[in-house]
Design a protein around this ligand. Sequence first.
Ligand code: 5AD
Ligand code: SF4
Length: 474
Amino acid sequence: MAETLQKVTDELRQGETFAPFAEDPNLYTKKFYIESYGCQMNFSDSEIVAAILNEEGFGATRNYEDADLVLLNTCSIREKAEQTVRNRLQAFRKVKEQKPGMLVGVLGCMAERLKAKFLEEEKLVDIVVGPDAYRSLPGLIEEAEGGQKSVNVLLSREETYANISPVRLDSNGVTAFVSIMRGCNNMCTFCVVPFTRGRERSREAVSIINECKDLFDRGFKEVTLLGQNVDSYYFNEGEGLENAVTFAKLLEMVALISPLLRVRFSTSHPKDITDDVLHTMAKYPNICKYIHLPVQAGNTRILQLMNRTYTREWYLNRVQRIREIMPDCGLSTDIITGFCSETDEEHADTLSLMEASRFDMAYMFSYSERPGTLAARRYKDDVPEDVKQRRLEEIIKLQNGHSRESYKNDIGKIFEVLIEGNSKRSDKDWCGRNSQNKMVVFPKGNANLNKGDYAMVKINEATSATLIGEMINN
Ligand code: 5AD
Ligand code: SF4
C-alpha cells in the first residue's frame, strides 16, 4: 500500500507528461511534440522551448506520430527518472522506423549530464540540448535536418531567457509557472542539479513583473514563481542598494499587481528562508500561505554529510517561525531515506522530526546515487536496498497519517478556492486549490461561476489528498 502510494507521488513528480496543442495549425509549416519529466522548472522550460520553436515555424501537436520533431525534456534527479526517459524513447523508436525523417531531440538535465554520450547510447537521438542552450535549437535542428547529429550542452552564467515570452502548453488558463532564477549553487552532496543546471542566476525583476502582469491581463489568476532556491533570488538594477530586489521584495512586487492575482513560489531552502519573506507572505492575502521546505533528513550528522548547511534544530526553528507568523500556513517537504551511512537511530530522527513538524504533505524518496555528485565521489552508498525501502515505507506510513489528520482538521473550515476547472470525477463539480495548496472539490450548483473565479467553500469531508465541500454565499 505504502509503496503504491509512493509510486503515485513519484510518478506525479517524475513522469507527468503532457502534449501541447497548436493554437493555429495554419500558422505553422512543421509540427513539434514535447513531453516533460521531472520538476516544475522543466515544464516551465518546455514553454520557453515552445516559444522558440513557434518562431521557427513549428506548431505543437498532441500526437507524436504526427510530429516532424519529437522532444523529451528530461530529468536526472534519480536513476528511475532517467530509466523512464529511456523507456519512453523506445516508443519513439518504433515511429522513427516508419518515418526516418522525424527528428528526436533530448533536452534538460539528462542531456546535460550525458552530453554526446547520449547519441552513442540511444541511436535514434538526433539532437542533445542542455538547459541553458535552448536559444541554439533552431541551428541545431537545421544541422539535424541536414543529416548531422547535433549537441549543445554549454552552461551559462547569464542565461535566464528573460526576454522570451513562454508559450503556455496545455494550460488551464488560470495558473501559470514563471521562472525567476536558474541553476543552484548549494551543492547538496546527493544532488545532480548543480551539475546539470549550472550556477545560480536571477532573472531581471522587470521582466518577471511584466510576464506576471501579462498573464493577469490574459485572465490568469495564479502565478507560481519558480527557482531551485527562490529565497536566494537577488537582482540589482543599478548601483545602489536601494535598487536591490530580494526575494521578499519581488514577492511583494508581484503581489501588488492585483489582489485578484494569487502568488505561489517553489522551492525554498531552509537555510535561506528569511523572516522578511514570512512577514511579506503574512502581509498580503493574495500570497498563498503555503511553503514547500525540503528537510531531506532529520539527523544533523546526515544533514552535514548532505551539505545542507543547517541542523535539525535550525530546521525545527524555521518551522516554528512559520507557525508563529502564519498559524494557518500549509507546509510540505522532501525527504530522502537511506543516505550513505544512515543508521536506524538516525532514521528514527527523521521520523521524530516529522512528528514535530507535522507536514501536510511530503515527497519521499530512497537515496539514489547519481554519478559525478559529491556523495558518489566521497561516500559509499552502503545502506542496503531493502533497508532503504523499509525506511521509506515507514516514513510514508507516518506521513499518510499526518496528511489524513491535516485534511480532517479542515472539516468545518471555510476557504477561498480558486476554480481551476471541472473535477476529474464529474463535470458537475468544480475543483481548485485553497491558499494552503490543498485540492478542494465542490458541486457547481446553480451559481454562475467560471474557471478562474474565486468561491468560498465550506469543507464537509476529507480524504488524505482532497477536501470536499459546498459553496457558501460570498
Ligand atoms: N536520491 C534521492 N532523492 C533525491 N533528491 C534529489 N537528489 C536525490 C537523490 N540522489 C530529492 C530531494 C530533492 C527532490 C527534488 O528530489 O529530496 O529535494
Ligand atoms: Fe539540489 Fe540542493 Fe540545489 Fe535543491 S538546493 S537543487 S537539492 S543542490
